[in-house]
Design a protein around this ligand. Structure first.
Ligand SMILES: Nc1nc2c(c(=O)[nH]1)N[C@H]1C(S)=C(S)[C@@H](COP(=O)(O)OP(=O)(O)OC[C@H]3O[C@@H](n4cnc5c(=O)[nH]c(N)nc54)[C@H](O)[C@@H]3O)O[C@H]1N2
Ligand SMILES: Nc1nc2c(c(=O)[nH]1)N[C@H]1C(S)=C(S)[C@@H](COP(=O)(O)OP(=O)(O)OC[C@H]3O[C@@H](n4cnc5c(=O)[nH]c(N)nc54)[C@H](O)[C@@H]3O)O[C@H]1N2
Ligand code: SF4
Ligand SMILES: [Mo]
Length: 671
């Protein structure tokens, strides 16, 4: 749709790229002005649904702090300049750093800001490969490394992206995910309230979360378990199902090491699990009964799991439980996305080594390792301090709020010889940068959905640009190819007016299920998926069955101890996306149980200071009697109450390099 009315107003059919739900939207414009964004009722996936974040795209586009010109730091001050001057300076300095110290002196962060820019993201991968630096960072190691780790170790491929078969499920267990607010972790759930209400009509929905969340309110049952102790509940379920209720034939045919798994979970009796997770034994018995009744089950985890120190073990036991109940690759259990742009069933999926896809870590932190070719975000400050990383290309990230240990990170970023940031709106990270590169926001660029596996369907969609770019904003792909050119790499023709965003999109969909021209015309193309999928069965058979008991996970389980003190846990907010959308006015509300607040002399709606061993932040106290006692729930992404002042770059899981982002001991004080 592109209705041009006589008055100069237009309505453009597009899709929202704030989060991975990619809802269909109609963008109303009047000349250069974006007047309104509303849901597209004809969209096959979202059917008219939007959330306040998507509807605020006009405010994001017209943000008072939007960046329109390239900025170059001169004498400690960012000054507007031309693209040529900015990129020439950047290119010269970058080449000099590489000549003096080698490509490993350049760190590249693939931030969320380019995560939904298909052409930009692909060009970032090409530039990173051309530079040839091992110092690659992404939200993988600050969001959910455990998920990719378990796909790799248990499923034999990080490309195996499992998700609940909501269409057929009769039992779904959410552990540490609140889709009503988040719209899903890694796998999107558009219209979550509608989806969950429909699910409840035929399925039992259980939620494990220290908060009585918006999702828990729609669920059949809720367990307010101790943060970081979810593994004990899952270990108990695995133990009991293996004893009585497991499908022997399925275990023999499609799994390996079930006896090692049984031995690993043997200590998790009802009493032990109830005590570790601090939930009632009756609730655990009910949960076990529900799993047995359902037969096939779907377990979905989120950042409540992946940000805890028990992340790997919890995610493993969730997969193990689905495998031993015969729920993997089966209706009502988990299904695996076959890809639209990159078709997984077309080639034989390589089987990852049983000991995991790890490589060497950075020199300054030899105890860490790389995973899937990435270094942990937690090592960046040390690598800069050691003089190993001297330049950082920050592609759409807000490092100051996203990376752990703000107190140690910020001085390190200040020490960089070069810190180039691709952005649309200024923030504390752009202020620290030496070069700020303004790129098109989502309404200014044509795009496609890039991350097939995050979609709940096997589909592709396209949007044209809704408005012309403001000021000097350019495409991310163009900016990165221009940087590449100055380093001697020909990544794309940046000089020809014939080479457009659409050209780049066509290029990256060359091997998709349907040609780019069709996607561009039809906006949304979907193909059905099979459950069971033969390519998944073939992969699992070649592997010798789901690997139920990877050694390193068995060892981690044996070493886990729950934290007993007052701890803080992470949470997302409805009117915010990570550090973004401050125009929606979400304040850093720190949720406290009234008893904990009373004990510390903190009152509702008053400023409260939360202190950890790393630092302190002050937000607004909100007393919530449904929150578990002993838990302080702190939202993420606020500059004013930056939760990463409470985290520590050295408090990490040595397997994945993921810093502990939840379950950290804190004290609370009236501010
Ligand atoms: N302690 C703690 N730390 C956390 C978390 C937590 O819960 N607790 N959450 C973690 C998680 S899950 C994640 S994913 C990371 C997120 O960390 P980041 O990847 O840094 O993501 P955002 O904070 O969303 O910042 C994205 C930036 O991109 C910009 N942007 C938006 N749209 C565009 C665009 O179209 N083009 C360009 N060029 N830029 C754009 C925004 O203005 C914003 O500054 O943080 C992690 N850090
Ligand atoms: N509105 C909005 N939507 C978002 C985002 C946003 O910032 N705002 N961010 C996007 C991003 S980048 C991501 S990664 C996803 C994340 O998606 P989700 O993982 O669903 O994120 P949350 O909504 O924070 O839900 C996590 C839940 O885990 C609970 N929790 C904390 N610690 C524990 C624990 O130890 N055990 C258990 N069982 N639960 C625990 C928290 O109380 C919270 O309810 O959301 C995405 N969507
Ligand atoms: S859920 Fe909201 S932010 Fe996410 S795609 Fe839909 S409208 Fe955009
Ligand atoms: Mo995330």
């Amino acid at each position: 749709m592109d209705d041009t009315a006589a008055s100069g107003t237009r309505t453009i059919r597009s899709f929202c790229r704030i989060c991975t739900s990619v809802c269909g939207i109609l963008v109303e414009t009047d000349g250069d002005e974006v007047v309104k964004v509303r849901g597209d009722r004809d969209h096959p996936l979202s059917r008219g649904y939007t959330c306040p974040k998507g509807r605020s795209l006009p405010q994001m586009h017209h943000h008072p702090n939007r960046i329109e010109r390239p900025l170059l730091k001169v004498d400690g001050e960012l000054r507007p300049t031309s693209w040529d001057a900015c990129l020439d300076d950047l290119g010269t300095r970058l080449r000099d750093i590489i000549d003096r110290h080698g490509p490993q002196a350049v760190g590249v962060f693939f931030g969320s800001g380019i995560g939904m820019d298909a052409a930009g993201y692909r060009m970032a991968q090409r530039l990173h490969a051309a530079i040839g630096t091992p110092a690659k960072f992404s939200p993988l190691t600050i969001d959910g490394t455990a998920k990719a780790l378990i796909s790799d170790l248990v499923g034999g491929s990080p490309a195996l992206s499992g998700r609940p078969d909501y269409d057929n499920a009769t039992f779904v267990l959410f552990v540490g995910s609140n889709p009503v607010v988040s719209h899903g972790h890694t796998v999107a759930m558009p219209n979550p309230t509608g989806t969950l209400r429909a699910l409840r009509e035929r399925a039992e929905v259980w939620v494990i979360d220290p908060r009585h969340t918006e999702t828990a309110r729609l669920a059949s049952r809720h367990l307010a378990a101790r943060p970081g102790a979810d593994y004990a509940i899952l270990a108990y379920l695995v133990r009991e199902i293996l004893r009585d209720g497991a499908d022997r034939e399925v275990i023999a045919r499609s799994t390996q090491d079930s006896t090692v798994l049984a031995a690993a979970v043997e200590p998790f009796t009802l009493e032990r699990a109830a005590q570790t997770a601090d939930v009632s034994p009756d609730d655990l018995r009910d949960l076990l009964d529900a799993v047995r009744r359902a037969g096939r089950i779907a377990v979905e985890t989120g950042t409540g799991v992946t940000m805890a120190s028990s992340a790997n073990v919890t995610q493993w036991l969730a997969w193990a439980l689905m495998a031993i109940t015969g729920s993997m690759n089966q209706p009502g259990g988990a299904w695996f996305h076959p890809g639209f742009g990159h078709q997984l069933e077309k080639a034989v999926l390589p089987i990852s080594p049983a000991e995991g896809s790890f490589g060497p870590g950075p020199r300054s932190r030899p105890e860490t390792q790389s995973f899937l070719g990435e270094w942990p975000c937690a090592v960046l400050a040390d690598e800069i301090n050691a003089g190993n990383i001297r330049a950082v290309l920050n592609l759409g990230g807000h490092l100051v709020t996203a990376f752990p240990d703000t107190e140690r990170l910020v001085p390190a970023l200040r020490d960089l010889e070069l810190f180039a940031t691709i952005e649309i709106i200024d923030n504390e990270t752009t202020a620290l940068s030496t070069h700020v590169l303004p790129t098109k926001d989502q309404l200014e660029r044509a795009d496609i959905t890039l991350w097939d596996a995050l979609l709940p369907r096997v589909a592709a969609q396209h949007t044209p640009a809704a408005v012309e770019p403001v000021g000097d904003r350019r495409s991310v792909w163009w900016v990165l190819a221009e940087i590449g050119r100055r380093l001697g790499h020909q990544l794309a023709d940046t000089t020809s007016a014939e080479v457009t965003d659409e050209t780049m999109l066509a290029r990256i969909t060359a091997r998709a299920r349907r040609p780019f021209a069709d996607i561009a015309v039809e906006h949304w193309i979907e193909v059905p998926h099979e459950v069971p999928a033969p390519w998944v069965d073939a992969h699992v058979e070649r592997m010798g069955g789901w690997r139920l008991a990877p050694r390193l996970l068995v060892d981690q389980l044996a070493a886990l101890e729950p934290v007993e003190s007052l701890v803080f846990t992470p949470r997302r907010q409805k009117r915010r996306l990570n550090s973004q959308l401050d125009h929606l006015g979400a304040v850093p509300e720190i949720l406290l149980h009234p008893d904990d607040a009373a004990g510390a002399g903190v009152a509702d709606s008053q400023p409260v200071t939360v202190r950890s061993a790393s630092g302190a932040i002050t937000g607004t106290a909100r007393l919530d009697a449904t929150l578990r006692r002993g838990v302080v729930s702190v939202p993420h992404g606020h500059q004013s109450a930056n939760v990463n002042r409470l985290t520590c770059k050295d408090d990490l899981d040595l397997v994945t390099g993921m810093v502990r982002y939840g379950g950290i001991p804190v004290t609370i004080h009236p501010a």
